[in-house]
Design a protein around this ligand. Sequence first.
Ligand code: C2E
Ligand code: CA
Ligand code: CA
Length: 741
Amino acid sequence: MDKDQRARQAEPAIRPAVPGLAGLDQLLPGEAVLAAMGGTPLVAPPPSAGAPPLAEEQDYFNDLYLLAPVGYFVLASDTTIVQMNLVGADLLGLPRSNPERIPLRQFIAQRFTADFDAFVNACLASQEPQRLALQMTRGRGDRGFAVTLLGSGTPGAAQLRVVLELAEGKLAALEKSEERFRRIVHSAEEGIWEIDASARTSFVNPKMAALLGYTIEEMLEQPLIAFMDDEGRSLLERNIARRQQGIAERHEFKFIRKNGAEMWATLATNPIFDADGSYMGALALVSDITAHKQSAELIWHQANYDALTALPNRNMFQERLAHEMKKARREGLFLALLFIDLDQFKEINDRLGHEMGDALLVEAAARIASCVRASDTLARLGGDEFVVILPGLEQVTSAERVAQQIIATLNRPFLLGGSTGSVSASVGIALHPADAGDPEQLLRNADQAMYAAKHAGRNRYSYFTPDMQAAAQLRLRVTRDLQQAVANHEFELHYQPIVNLRTGGIERAEALLRWRHPERGMLNPADFIGSAEASGIILEIGDWAFRHAADQAKRWQDELGRPFQISVNQSPVQFRAGQQAFDQWMAYVEQLQLAPRSIVIEITERLLLEHSGPVIERLHQFRSMGLQVALDDFGTGHSVLAHLKKFDIDYLKIDRSFVMDLAGDSGDLALCEGIIVMAHKLGLKVVAEGVETPAQLELLKAAGCDYAQGYVYAHPMPAAQLTAMARENSGSALSIGHSLR
Ligand code: C2E
Ligand code: CA
Ligand code: CA
């Protein structure tokens, strides 16, 4: 194929948009221009957010418009020429700027003016393209020339666009212009790609073919998607609907070159419509942005990530911190920022060299990462400084726990080449919103807290706020004590009898935890349960309490020769912890050959309110295991009695606060009565807690209460004491007011 053939093949092959002009069996680049301009010549579409401006592509369209080998006019409604291209100006012999605001009508031969007016009105009245053949003249003495006008209104503006074609013969300017037009298309730095309505390639310029590494012939007739992979196709599909709505747009697409390589390109796409307004295809200007995109990605990555550890760097960290702080404010939760600095890192670097130092940092990053959730942000600020953002916290102590874990994991020796190195970490904790409202201040405060940890001897964490720090230290001391207490078997269970109000029999008891502290003497749960929960040690203690209570139930059943139930209190923390402990308890009960219903699990009302979903499930499990469940402190959590239906509960324990003020005429009595009636309707038994006087007992009995527990019968006592008491009682009626202490 010679050059000319190739050039011809590469002509834009857009069919005339107006059927009436189809007879001009020749190239009509002006049509393409008119169509491609989409009604907005010289006006750049607003740049889409984030994308580089369209200026360059628009310029190019403007060139096409300017140089197109047809006259192109934008007219005001009175046909004043507002804009025209070179050929238009040349034909009429006017300067392009038309300073005298001469109307096009002035150039219409006298006998055609009526037709022309009708043509203009039709254009203004509808978006349908109009066509009119007439004679034009440049004034006295001019022979005039025959033209075909193709016009259409501009939606939303009292303007019309008119393309003027010479009916026969060509002016020199026009010939020159056509040549220019062709030259632009062929030598364009951008690819030009035209597709038909079924998205098949109807034209590409040489640059476009070269961009993809094909010949022009190879591309013609091929569907657009033949040059894309799945990712490119889905990008295309996302945009196709909008393109058919006739929106001129600019998009990034991914093409696949003939050699298989990817090509990222921006496509400035303009739809083409025919006279009926149906979609005929689109013309796109294609720019290769592969290199730009790759380098942009690289630059972005380098700007936001640490090359050594691949963690987010300071830049990215700052962005995330600002984002998370905003989110925390919106959600009313708080956020902790941990500032981690390795102790003695410099020595490692000096002793083993920078390469080993780097290896240690990489390993340290991985270890810290293993202590945080995927939703937390771990970043490296530089050197041996790391930061962790812990968003969405409900308790301060969870931040403390993460800090502890990080310190522990960094304490383990590092294997570096042949040798080992050890470091420790100092961690500063700052909280938002408590310690700072803006990101910079929060970081400074966390940094300062880290220095406090270093000053205090390293290998530890410190809070920014002195109060927080003091509280943390206290917690730490109590936690250590509790750990000691578990190890030294300092915990005991005391038992308080629960009496059947109908028979007076002692059928069950509640196990209540006591801590025989070596210095402080016997401690009640109020003194230590909070710390045990915050530190997580409650899990160990609770596990011990359950097994111990199960042992005791078994022992009493054997000794008394009758069923005997023990209630065990359950912290919400235990409830939230994993399934494992419960499975093991079941195995333990089985191993003891104890009937599971010998154990009652006491949970609090608050738990039901806070975690109703998972709680329902777990209660269901207890039920299927055969354990019984009591709802403790009932009445303090504002739960609605009727809602209890959905929970698998066996007993309601009316809170002491209702029992305390019981008197014949008190509102509390009515409340107790109501609770009892309702509970019975739901199939629950009722236990009154904290019954201290015979009068309270009488009222409860009269109200139909099933069981009572309180000082009126006995204080909590060691197991041996209860054994004697239960023996004596052995189901016989217990006289009211008879102290069993
Ligand atoms: P609770 O489950 O409501 O236990 C009843 C508390 O009321 C016990 O206090 C008991 O000694 C006290 N009490 C019983 N009768 C009377 C009375 O007539 N008048 C008055 N004023 N008080 C009475 P204790 O043993 O100090 O336990 C306090 C709380 O500690 C318990 O409240 C329970 O929530 C928690 N607790 C006890 N043992 C454990 C345990 O093993 N695990 C867990 N997680 N929590 C426990
Ligand atoms: Ca209880
Ligand atoms: Ca209670």
